[in-house]
Design a protein around this ligand. Sequence first.
Ligand code: BG6
Ligand code: MG
Length: 218
Amino acid sequence: MIRALIFDLDGVIVDTAKYHFKAWKKVAKKLKIPFEEKENEKLKGISRINSLEIILNLGSIQLPAEEKNHWLELKNNWYLEHIKNMKPDDVLLGAEQLLTKSREEGYKIALGSASKNAILILKKINLINAFDKIIDGNLVTISKPNPKVFLEGAKLLEIPPEECIVFEDAQAGIIAAKRGGMKCVGVGSRDNLKGANVIIKSLEEVVDINTFISDHLS
Ligand code: BG6
Ligand code: MG
């Protein structure tokens, strides 16, 4: 029986994936590393530091820790510039309704995000109170595809992993959910969501959470 829903943030609740891409592209350009959407796909769901490592590997570049920190700070500043005017209107279609209705139906709700900016974003979009527990990149630093962020969510909600569903837009997140013993809904394009139990284009497709679970996840 499913009793809890764990949501990724970037690309599921808000369309911030495009801003992460823009900021990383700027870093890559400065480092003269070719970096397009295809390469960016590998960064989705991955922590900030691991994302930089992937980009540096693409360019076969090795940097000392302080230089890496410099790029991490620049990237985050560029990213923050993009999200500074984010507001409740920017919530992706269907997300708020699903969060509200699922709670009314008695499901426990957690956020399971790699982002250290998660709380800032949730405040901007006015969804901070939609979650019973928030697990972000400050609380769990080990990156998806490691399942820690979702397992921590299940633990804090006091629900066994097999009774949780994860909503994810990234391949690394799908792998993390499966490794954690959870069912997983892929949100987005079929090509990047291998192994998901069901794939939807947007949360809007989940009209009734109980019917959705009994149709696709039981
Ligand atoms: C994930 C994004 O949610 O958070 C990644 O999919 C991002 O692209 C990661 O790198 C870390 O985010 P932040 O905000 O801490 O840099
Ligand atoms: Mg995501």
